[in-house]
Design a protein around this ligand. Structure first.
Ligand SMILES: [Zn+2]
Length: 448
């Protein structure tokens, strides 16, 4: 559910749908061929080798004879590109130069500001795309960078799919790509750093292999760069910019979105090299957070594409801490129809090294055996508590309370209450009362 309270008038939606062409919209994502009155292509919603996905220009509808998926241009963007309703409408309107009506209360100034902001964002993604193109060319010319990726087992095909590149050594390499190196856009896009003291400018990314970060529409919104050797910092990301927000974006989601549907789950890892290596090793459904803990927004975004999310963590203490943060992020979305699991690898491994050492089958088995959210919640609650004492049990329950309260209502939440009751040796009704009474943010009026 989108948390935009403003509704868009139905008349606007009608006009929008009359003016966009679903063939163009779908054609941005799926290769279509004219076939009679319609266009056909490989269905992006289910894996297939011969096309059964049809797009009708006269009906302005798409329909798959294989899996039955169908809808209009807005539905396509929501289902395929993972956009929210308003986002999809906005996207379509922008393409044909229509202005989505805002809330009546919005002032003309606000409207102008919003339009200017969208314009700025489009400009920034263009600038970033251009830098990415240049770095892809540089990769081909740098045997050292090519060797780095080869050494990690990355094929040319996977490198292409992820748009990998290389930012060469030197302080102003991008000056050859952007003759107006002084343009404020280069600073705003995070490509160039301006020294505060002398105002001198230089490239942020130097002598690094480059991973473009794309939004769900496929636009380049930032980069991750990794050193080829052991220099520090090992990983460097674009700063927060008007188009890039670490807490919202997942590396590899654009590239993985079809595979997530085909594999039936999304695998969340900790680094972009994990994502690329896993894609190479048969897990193209992996994504990564960008040097931040997993946020509720990340989880929300993933659940637009799948009902099953598996978090993968390194088996060390840091991985365990990251898992706890991911648990907090996932709890509000762990409804009864969804599944969230936690995969812990042996301490010395990350997903890349694990698959290399034990093979894809072993990794797939580990994924299958991942710890369900309910069990991880119980483990997290009882950590450090001696359940042999009343104090320990009470402590465990107090740890569990905020976690349990964050779950959406449903059967899972109720079952966990029963389990917590057994573990804490309190009957569920008592527990419910305790939990509900003290849960932060909950306002429960109790009788008597
Ligand atoms: Zn289909």
């Amino acid at each position: 559910m989108e948390n935009t309270p403003v509704s868009i008038p139905q008349s606007f939606i009608q006009e929008l749908l009359a003016r966009v062409d679903v063939v163009d919209v779908v054609g941005r994502y799926v290769q279509l061929k004219k076939s009679g009155a319609n266009f056909m292509g490989l269905c992006p919603f289910h894996g297939e080798k011969s096309p059964s996905f049809s797009v009708s220009p006269s009906k302005q509808f798409f329909h798959c004879f294989g899996c039955g998926k169908n809808g209009n241009a807005i539905g396509f963007l929501m289902d395929h590109a993972g956009m929210g309703f308003r986002e999809a409408v906005q996207d379509l309107a922008q393409q044909i130069g229509m202005q989505v009506p805002d809330d009546e209360n919005t002032s003309p100034q606000d409207r102008e500001r919003a339009a200017a902001q969208r314009q700025k964002q489009a400009t920034l993604t263009d600038v970033l795309e251009k830098a990415g193109d240049a770095w892809r060319r540089h990769l081909r010319e740098s045997p050292r960078a090519v060797q780095y990726f080869k050494g990690r087992g990355v094929s040319g095909q996977v490198a292409k799919r992820y748009g990998l590149g290389y930012a060469p050594e030197g302080w102003r390499g991008l000056a050859s790509v952007f003759p107006e190196y002084d343009s404020p856009l280069l600073e705003e896009s995070g490509l160039v750093i301006v020294n505060e003291e002398d105002g001198k400018r230089y490239d942020r990314f130097r002598d690094r292999v480059m991973f473009p970060i794309r939004n769900v529409k496929g636009e380049c919104i930032g980069f991750g760069g990794r050193v080829l050797g052991d220099d520090k910092p090992k990983y460097l990301n674009s700063p927060e910019t008007p188009v890039f927000h670490k807490g919202r974006e997942l590396y590899g989601l654009y590239e993985a979105r079809n595979a997530i549907r085909e594999h039936g789950y999304a695998l969340v890892t900790e680094g972009y090299m994990d994502v690329v290596a896993l894609a190479q090793l048969g897990f193209p459904n992996a994504v990564a957070t960008l040097g931040t803990a997993c946020t509720p927004e990340h989880v929300h975004k993933l659940f637009r594409f799948t009902d099953t999310v598996v978090f993968s963590f390194d088996g060390d203490a840091a991985g365990r801490r990251a898992a706890r943060k991911a648990l907090d992020g996932a709890l509000p979305y762990a409804s009864d129809t969804r599944s969230v699991k936690f995969l812990f690898l042996p301490a010395e491994h990350d997903p890349d090294s694990f698959v290399r050492a034990y093979g894809p089958e072993a990794f797939a088995r580990h994924v299958g055996d991942a710890v369900p959210l309910s069990r991880f919640l119980l483990e997290a609650a009882r950590e450090g508590c001696d359940l042999g004492t009343a104090e320990g049990r009470a402590h465990m329950l107090s740890n569990a309370r905020p976690l349990w309260a964050a779950l959406p209502d449903g059967a899972l939440k109720r079952q966990l209450l029963t389990e917590l009751g057994e573990l804490g040796q309190l009957p569920a009704p008592d527990l419910a009362q305790l939990a509900l009474a003290d849960a932060p943010g909950d306002h429960v009026v109790r009788a008597g």
